[in-house]
Design a protein around this ligand. Structure first.
Ligand SMILES: [Fe+2]
Length: 125
């Protein structure tokens, strides 16, 4: 059984997929069950922690103090509203500044998650 917004990875080819509609089946890639990428909480002094600036009522800017080298980088940043109605994802390139500006009322609040090529899925709630 999958759940909305979960991330799964293939052990063989390293495909990563996100669930956009949950179901009872098991996700399979390269003839193997895909592994659920567990989310880990980022601490405020952690490079994976999202520093959030509220620019106005609905506009927010997120920044990270994370390296963006070939060896260690953030593959993407995602903003997910707590009511599940809003998701914004930005894919990043090597040497690109890891930041994202977005507009969302997000009345129920939101959380931010990143996918680091070394540390996996890190969340700021
Ligand atoms: Fe990292």
């Amino acid at each position: 059984m999958t759940h909305l917004s979960e991330l799964y990875k293939c052990r063989v080819c390293e495909n990563v997929v996100e669930v956009v509609r949950q179901g009872v089946g098991t996700l399979v890639c390269c003839d193997e069950s895909m592994i659920l990428l567990e989310e880990h909480q980022a601490n405020i002094d952690d490079a994976h922690y999202a520093h959030i600036e509220h620019l106005d009522d609905i506009t927010k800017k997120i920044e990270f103090n994370h390296p963006m080298t070939k060896e260690h980088y953030l593959e993407f940043i995602e903003v997910v509203s707590n009511d599940g109605k809003y998701i914004k994802r930005k894919h990043l390139k090597i040497d690109e500044k890891p930041e994202l500006t977005f507009k969302c009322e997000c009345r129920e609040g939101f959380y931010v998650r990143v996918y680091c090529n070394i540390h996996g899925v890190m969340v700021t709630k």
